[in-house]
Design a protein around this ligand. Sequence first.
Ligand code: GDP
Ligand code: IMO
Ligand code: MG
Length: 422
Amino acid sequence: MEVTVLVGSQWGDEGKGKIVDILSDRYDFVARYQGGANAGHTVIIGDQQFILHLVPSGILRENVKCVIGNGVVIDPQALLDEIQFLESSGISTKGRLFISHNAHLIMPYHKLLDQINESGANKIGTTGRGIGPCYIDKYARKGIRIVDLLDRNVLKEKIKLNLEEKNNLLKKVYNHAELDVEKIINEYVEFDKQIDQYITDAPSLLNNAILEGQSVLIEGAQGTMLDVDHGTYPFVTSSNPTSGGACTGTGIPPTKISSVFGIVKAYTTRVGNGPFPTELFGDEGEELRKTGAEFGATTGRPRRCGWFDAFLLNYSRMINGIERTAITKLDVLGYLDEIKVCVGYEKNGKKLKSYPTDISQLENVTPVYETLKGWRQDISGARSFNDLPAECKEYLSFISQESGIEIKIISVGPKREQTIEL
Ligand code: GDP
Ligand code: IMO
Ligand code: MG
């Protein structure tokens, strides 16, 4: 049965939430595999806007079951707030939301350490949600997992052990007040009472469903260039948003993955620090940000904006094995007389053959642009490919050819109905 991995192809915020919502009525399950509440996936239904941070965007389709996989790092408060928001909006999570017993928990000291790290010289521009420090503990084999909540004694012991070390660090290295062990234990015991009903053996749930012929859409968070292995390290997140992460982050084996679907914004954005070769500055950048309403769904920070980068997309297609794509926010470009597309990078007058993820190289490249004619009209009412102006069709054809991607969905606005399927 169909198991599709959906990935962000650029630096995140490509419109994954909207496209997961569109596709999810064709799937039995939607599962998240990495990241945490650093993600902000927006879905607009009618007049209502939902910004999902941890719960998969499929939750808005009542026949879809949702799984938070083992690769996700869970902030209890963010999760409870989100569940409460959904329930109060008439979206039931009971019997539809499942949380992997092996997912790691974000602890108060993770958020604190994230913020402390960001106040130093090596600023990444993180979301401050404790993501990096939580994954550090996971890989240092000190992490506290959902399964640890099930045994109060194990939970207390693990929190005590972790806090001994963290309080030492906070006090001696950062000159910060110590955290109260009992307070944290009580908070997490309370959290367990509320999420106990959702905890499950997610790999068995998903694999049994696949064996029975059910379909799964695996929803990525962040984007390819924020991948800790394949992105613009160190200006990345601490997980693997690329398609490879979907298997380790859910327990679905590679032999069961049917296809990889890429979400591609019609231009490029990035939040936080790090190189961005096609970035636009000054009035040009400001106008694109304003027209595209490019402000973070999680932190509200202004997103850096720039031209579409086909060289980057080619890299992203290769790393993820992207077969089909959705192009989002095409409507935003309607104000431009001319639109540039980056078709390669040059360094010291020479064209680069492969994408440089080493930032010392990436910071010094010169993008090579082709200039296309803009369509200068509002396309947000287009409902079929033929409704699109000729210059717009030309833009799509050019970026798909230059990036080697096949476009299956064109999004011309944030709403469900503003979607063209090819
Ligand atoms: P995600 O993190 O990839 O899910 O993306 P975000 O939700 O952070 O950011 C995408 C933003 O663009 C959201 O505000 C969406 O409502 C909006 N959006 C999605 N698709 C379109 C589109 O085709 N056109 C316009 N104008 N907005 C869109
Ligand atoms: P969605 O799923 C865009 C960025 C942060 C920062 C870097 C590391 O909505 O596309 P972190 O808090 O993860 O340690 O921050 O990654 N970042 C995102 N940028 N969209 C996201 O998620 C992001 N999640 C993290 O801005 O540059
Ligand atoms: Mg987002």
